[in-house]
Design a protein around this ligand. Structure first.
Ligand SMILES: Cc1cc2nc3c(=O)[nH]c(=O)nc-3n(C[C@H](O)[C@H](O)[C@H](O)COP(=O)(O)OP(=O)(O)OC[C@H]3O[C@@H](n4cnc5c(N)ncnc54)[C@H](O)[C@@H]3O)c2cc1C
Length: 400
């Protein structure tokens, strides 16, 4: 069976891997000159198998006025019609019941992804700075603490090993927290969460799949249209040619919306902008991954470097403020964690991209309304974490 995967980010390339395991003849198409040059390039590196908490939750209503008035340094909003439509759907998810359901649904996909990653590590010999680092999420007030305790209980009831620790217990697990300028009262600790470099993973997996002749990669190949005949996928149109296949899986991240709209498939995916900086290690770089919830930033050691990522800006595809936001992220990190990275190094790397966010945080995975056209897109803040389970699921659906 010939299967076309549209998009060579972490989601598309992982999908190609699971399809090839099932004996499919796979071609991956991407408009870029290499794999993982979109949202998968320099994300926070968290494999958050336990931290799947819904962004849409009841306390969002209390945060909303501050967000709209521009008083939350971790988030900016620029109202446009697309954001209004998406935002209204997001607000319907902000009930306790839906927040709990979305968190648990994502948790079960994330935990399966963790299991599949363990199998993958034993099967495919590639290096991508994978480390079972454990994750600490710093809680700065009693409201956060109460909510975290409830969520931890919910997760434990669903088979996830996560706990809420005191400040002193957290520092005994990660001594670098003693140097952090953040008044945290407690921390959520998930010892099974890991860190790894999504770019290294995607590039290494591409090399592995190409050299073992399991998958063909067509790069520098922009898909202009997905064509159907009598309600069934037929081929994709590039600039000067078409590529036929028996099935297609759209893994085009934020661009999936524009690619699918002409076919009548309207996905509620909004581009939520985020930023990262990658710096050399310093004398007190943490070993565990650390998230300062109130500030919306995460710090992770990936091999011999530190990745600091964060912010969630609802500004559409506007990139005008990127430089300013990256400078703010860097300054914030320097203020909070002055000894975590070598901030004065000349060779630091800035980055900005859009997360493909759905209102309920859950991705679209499986058959679409069009025969032989499948989706694996809309993974929002968790695409790297969820990649294995979503790829295995969509590959199994295609092979069936
Ligand atoms: C700041 C930040 C931090 C993050 N941190 C984490 C984290 O710690 N953990 C985590 O799990 N997730 C994290 N994420 C989210 C995660 O990075 C994404 O969910 C994930 O990368 C999405 O992968 P993807 O393959 O779907 O999309 P992409 O990587 O964007 O891949 C889509 C591909 O489709 C291609 N494409 C699009 N249109 C076309 C076309 N017309 N023709 C051909 N090719 C096309 C693009 O070129 C691109 O290569 C973070 C995101 C950001 C922005």
């Amino acid at each position: 069976m010939r299967v076309l995967v549209l998009g060579a980010g972490v989601v598309g390339v992982t999908t190609a891997y699971y399809l090839s395991q099932l004996g499919c003849d796979v071609t991956v198409v991407d408009r870029e000159s290499d794999v993982a040059l979109g949202t998968s390039f320099a994300n926070a590196g968290q494999l958050s198998y336990s931290f799947t908490d819904s962004l849409a939750r009841p306390d969002f209503f209390a945060q909303l006025p501050g967000l709209l008035l521009g008083r939350d340094p971790g988030s900016r909003i620029r109202i446009d019609p697309r954001l209004i439509g998406w935002g209204l759907r997001f607000l319907t998810q902000c009930t306790s019941r839906r927040a709990a359901r979305n968190t648990v649904d994502l948790l079960s996909i994330a935990m399966r992804s963790g299991e599949l990653m363990t199998d993958f590590l034993q099967t495919v010999p590639i290096e991508f700075s994978h480390r079972a680092a454990g994750k600490l999420i710093l809680l700065t007030d009693n409201n956060q603490l109460r909510a975290a305790q409830e969520t931890a209980a919910l997760k434990r009831a669903n088979g996830c090993d996560t706990d809420v620790l005191t400040r002193a217990e957290s520092i005994s697990i990660e001594p670098a927290l003693a140097d952090i300028n953040e008044e945290f009262v407690a921390a959520v600790y998930s010892k099974d969460d890991s860190v790894a470099d999504a770019l290294q993973f995607t590039s290494g997996l591409r090399d592995h799949l190409e050299s073992s002749r399991q998958v063909t990669f067509r790069l520098n190949a922009e898909v202009r249209a997905i064509e159907t005949v009598q309600g069934q996928f037929k081929h994709v149109a590039l600039e000067n040619e078409t590529i036929e296949a028996d099935a297609i899986i759209v893994c085009a991240g934020v661009q999936s919306v524009e690619l699918l709209r002409p076919l009548g498939i309207r996905l509620p995916i909004y581009p939520v902008r985020g930023y990262s900086v990658t710096l050399p290690l310093a004398d007190a770089s943490p070993a565990a991954s650390i998230t300062a919830l109130r500030r919306r930033i995460a710090i992770a050691r990936l091999g011999e470097k530190i990745r600091i990522a964060g912010f969630a800006d609802f500004v559409g595809n506007n990139t005008n403020a990127d430089q300013e936001r990256i400078r703010s992220l860097l300054q914030l990190a320097r203020d909070i964690a002055p000894r975590a990275a070598d901030y004065d190094a000349a060779d630091w790397q800035p980055w900005a991209e859009n997360r493909p966010m759905t209102p309920d945080g859950r991705p679209f995975v499986g058959q679409s309304a069009i025969k032989n056209l499948y989706l694996n897109t809309g993974h929002g803040m968790l695409g790297w974490t969820l990649a294995h389970a979503c790829a295995a699921d969509v590959a199994a659906a295609v092979a069936r």
